[in-house]
Design a protein around this ligand. Structure first.
Ligand code: FES
Length: 579
């Protein structure tokens, strides 16, 4: 009789209609049958025994979700199926098995997440993510559902939703459990929003005879992108994949086309490529055809910055960069001298100066001497984030995104060069440098570097910091709090967790997710370097991140509120008893 609970006499239930027994199980008598269901409405936890049962349909009395009393299945997709329990009647006694028929097995939960994405229902997505995490399903596996969905149901291809989701998978090691849940939830919701109502992306087929060399296919791909031939480019990509070309070669091929033109779409195109490849590395190349073909449209359709007036006038920045390429693109491979030491401070100041031509020449000399492009791009990225640290709040609010674009592009270049030190990708270092120059007016006047006048003014209490960000226009104060925290040797990993919560508790905009992820990743690149320059670099990254998040908080927090409901429901909290 294991697991069977005595649920009273049948005759009594006939009179009462329903009752609640041990284990929070609601038992109903209806149409000569006994039904047992979880008493918590799967939508938001209202007691189902207080609902109405009519014609076999149990209706919850909070938001009127309807359930088939027999199967527990809901007629309202925004709710969820309710678990049912086996029942038997013996000698007028009712027995209910405490093990529900419907268990939260992986396939069912994955299916539920899929439905949440299809219907763009954030509460359903949140509940599926909580349940999957509690079932010990890996974060990568959960995110994989979103990647497959987003690359299938968005004909325009890879967009901000998939970028957020990949970034959120990347930041998971920086977060506590609730933060990891919020990160996955936010990423998946943005994928659903990006895809809703967009139709299906039907993939083309590879060329029939996949015997063409990768070198030739790579040339074809560049030619297709050059003339904005999206379909031709997609067939070439799928043919190259069919040839079992390695991910590394695919990356080289696609990044060459991306860097054939300057700073495509304000840096997003290169950034999205980097994210797509980061995902493929994380997920062991899952859905590589979908993923790689999804980034073709944005490459073919991208705006090319060399055509923009600001890149050509009053100073023509295009020609010096093109001239610089000629100095080394036809050379045999330049050997990188990892031991070459340079004055990093001088390089940083040069990139931030108002002498772009000299900067371009300096960069070229360093590359010719064999200075590591990875190290070079790390300093270029630092220069880009300096612009955010020095961004004055008197600027137009929308210009936070201008400096953010340059930073995330520079970061993506850095990550790309770590993955593949290819001369063609070196070109993108110049694009970052020019964009940093063009952003210079956003540091005039420059905001003061965060520094507390008196560290005793600021506690080390993270809640106090989060409380500060409940108010608008706390950019300066938040910077001072963090500066004080760092000065008092506060734990930086805890700080990143708190900053993660500061991001994820908001209805954050796309660029804020990018900011957190890029700042955290760049911080990690400096963390093992022991020098005053590296220490300052780490501090700069934290300051920039803090200032950016403070500038964009608070919001109405509707999405995080949905997440909180799902989280509390899973823990059995009684939401319906609150005001
Ligand atoms: S419909 Fe039951 S709690 Fe909302």
């Amino acid at each position: 009789m294991d697991n069977w609970i005595q649920a009273g006499m049948l005759e009594t239930l006939k009179e009462e209609g329903s009752k609640v027994i041990k284990g929070g199980i609601a038992v109903f008598y209806h149409e000569d049958q006994v039904f047992a269901l979880d008493n918590r409405c799967p939508h938001m936890g209202f007691p189902l025994h207080m609902g109405s049962l009519c014609d076999g349909i149990l209706t919850c009395h909070w938001h009127h979700a309807r359930f088939d009393a027999c199967s527990g299945g809901t007629l309202d997709p925004w709710a969820d199926d309710v678990p049912i329990y086996p029942v038997r009647v013996e000698n007028g006694e009712i027995w209910v098995n405490s093990q529900p028929n419907q268990k939260g097995e992986e396939d069912k939960l994955i299916q539920r997440l899929q439905e949440g994405l299809e219907q763009n229902l954030s509460l359903v997505i949140a509940k599926a993510v909580v349940a999957l995490m509690e079932a010990n399903i890996s974060e990568t596996r959960i995110a994989q559902v979103g990647i497959q969905f987003g690359t299938t149901y968005r004909p325009q291809g890879w967009g901000s939703g998939l970028t957020i989701l990949t970034a959120m998978v990347n930041i998971i090691p920086k977060l506590d459990k609730y933060g990891r849940f919020l990160a996955l939830f936010q990423g998946l919701v943005h994928v659903a929003r990006d895809s809703t109502g967009q139709g299906t992306k039907f993939m083309l087929q590879p060329l029939p005879e996949a015997k063409t060399s990768t070198k030739r296919l790579s040339k074809w791909y560049r030619q297709c992108i050059e003339v904005r031939d999206r379909q031709g480019a997609e067939r070439v990509i799928l043919t190259t994949l069919k040839n079992n070309t390695s991910l590394n070669e695919m990356f080289q091929m696609m990044m060459t086309a991306v860097t054939d033109h300057f700073f495509l779409d304000g840096g997003h195109t290169l950034d999205f490529h980097n994210k797509a490849f980061e995902w493929l590395e994380t997920a062991d190349q899952a859905y590589k055809e979908n993923v790689l073909s999804s980034i073709v449209p944005l490459t073919a359709n991208a705006r090319r910055s060399e055509e923009l007036h600001s890149w050509q006038s009053p100073t023509n920045l295009v020609k010096p960069v093109e001239d610089a390429f000629k100095l080394w693109t036809d050379l045999p491979k330049i050997e990188v001298d990892e031991n070459l030491v340079i004055d990093e401070e001088a390089l940083l100041n040069q990139i931030l100066s108002d002498q772009p031509i000299e900067t371009i020449e300096y960069i070229t000399q360093l590359l010719q001497k064999g200075y590591s492009p990875v190290h070079l791009s790390r300093i270029v990225t630092l220069a880009a984030v300096e612009r955010i640290t020095k961004f004055h709040t008197q600027n137009e609010f929308g210009d936070w995104i201008t400096v953010l674009h340059t930073f995330t592009h520079a970061h993506a270049v850095h990550q790309s060069l770590i993955r593949k030190n290819d001369m063609m990708i070196w070109r993108s270092i110049y694009y970052s440098v020019v964009s940093i120059y063009l952003d210079r007016f956003l540091n005039i006047p420059a905001a003061a570097r965060p520094s507390p006048e008196d560290t005793t003014t600021y506690s080390m209490d993270h809640e106090q910091f989060l409380h500060l960000l409940n108010q608008q226009q706390q950019v300066t104060e938040a910077g001072k709090w963090v500066a004080s925290y760092l000065k008092k040797n506060g734990d930086v990993s805890q700080l990143f967790n708190t900053l993660g919560h500061a991001l994820l508790r908001e209805d954050a905009e796309f660029h804020s997710f990018q900011m957190y992820e890029a700042a955290g990743a760049e911080y990690d690149h400096w963390v093992h370097i022991n020098s005053p320059f590296a220490d300052r670099a780490k501090e700069t990254l934290v300051f920039a991140l803090t200032r950016y998040l403070a500038a964009h908080a608070p919001t109405s927090r509707t999405l995080p509120n949905t997440a909180k409901i799902a989280w509390r429901l899973y823990r059995g909290e009684r939401l319906f008893e609150e005001d």
